[in-house]
Write a protein that binds this ligand. Structure first.
Ligand code: TUI
Length: 308
């Protein structure tokens, strides 16, 4: 199915790969772009030199368009924002904050601007400031999340803006993609299913944990600090929840999570690390190539949408 997202980004399938910190590096981003979706490098908390190198390596692996995701809470967000403009990356997505100060610079550089939002108010604001599209992310997603579900959020944002809306959170197969088209979205952003792709460099323990997980295995920590994060329940989430109940400060809680995502993704510590994943993990049961994932999802959605 061709939508305005395919046209905007010059891609074959309206599928974006989520900007997952540590996970979404050049191998995954290039594989998704080569498969006809939009691969995305996650800048996460990385310094600008690391992101520059990731962009260079991605360009070596693909001549297709790809994007960079900037996590607005990163201390390096401003420098990475400028790098994205200098490198004239095809598209930028942002998360966990408001990218308003950078939108003009990106537009002038010809970078397509696609903020991830979790509310109608921010979606409208982003459109007013010149965003080309928005990703409406529901709280079924892994990692840092908002309050609303995809089912409730997407149609409300579709009604509030004229720019194309990409849905995220809870999309794991063709049924999910067909469902978000019904809500008025013109594309889907997929994270968790790409975590277990062959081309994903995530530690085998992490991939196995996602594949083995069932529907109710994820939990949300950090609601008390205003930074809710969904990950698979383990020692880390239990300790965190206990400390939250004891009313520990944001700083103390941050000490616990600092580096915990890296510990899980790179070292495979799925007991004390942060195993971020969406609720859809319960449905993901095998490792496949990015090409297989994208074609399977799109063919299934197409078939469903042709049904009378
Ligand atoms: O950004 C994400 N997901 C992420 S970022 C991340 S790294 C991290 N690690 C530990 C703690 C915190 C972050 C892991 N996962 N998704 C996009 C997203 N953005 N979801 C929700 C939002 C969001 C929420 C509020 C975007 C804007 C917003 O509004 C803020 C404002 O200023 O209005």
């Amino acid at each position: 199915m061709k939508t305005r997202i395919c046209e905007l980004l010059n891609i074959e399938y309206p599928i974006l790969q989520g900007g997952m910190s540590w996970v979404a590096e050049h191998n995954l981003a290039a594989a998704v772009s080569n498969a006809g979706g939009l691969g995305i490098i996650a800048a996460g908390n990385a310094p600008v030199e690391v992101v520059r190198e990731e962009i260079r390596k991605t360009k070596e692996l693909t001549d297709k368009p790809f994007g960079v995701n900037i996590m607005m809470l990163s201390p390096h967000a401003a420098e990475v924002a400028k790098l994205v403009a200098d490198e004239k990356v095809a598209a930028v997505t942002t998360g966990a904050g408001n990218p308003e100060p950078y939108i003009k610079m990106w537009k002038e550089a010809g970078v397509k601007v696609i903020p991830v939002v979790a509310s109608v108010a921010l979606a409208k604001r982003m459109e007013r400031y010149g965003a080309d599209a928005v990703v409406a992310e529901g709280c079924e997603a892994g990692g840092h999340i908002g309050e609303l579900t995809t089912m409730a959020l997407v149609p409300q944002i579709v009604d509030a803006v004229s720019i194309p809306v990409i849905a995220a959170g809870g999309i794991g197969d063709g049924r999910g993609l067909a469902a978000i088209y019904m809500l008025g979205a013109e594309g889907g952003q997929i994270g968790t299913r790409f975590v277990v792709a062959h081309e994903s460099i995530v530690h085998e323990n992490y991939k196995k944990r996602v594949i083995d997980s069932k529907d109710i295995d994820s939990a949300v920590t950090g609601r008390s600090t205003g930074h809710p994060v969904r990950s698979i329940r383990n020692n880390m989430t239990r300790n965190y929840t206990q400390l939250e109940k004891e009313g520990k400060s944001f700083e103390e809680l941050e000490l616990l999570t600092l580096g915990s995502l890296r510990k899980a993704v790179m070292e495979g510590d799925i007991v004390n690390g942060s195993v971020m994943a969406g609720q859809i993990a319960g449905m993901i049961n095998k490792e496949q190539s990015c090409k297989e994932i994208i074609t399977e999802i799109c063919e299934e959605a197409d078939k469903l949408m042709k049904m009378k």
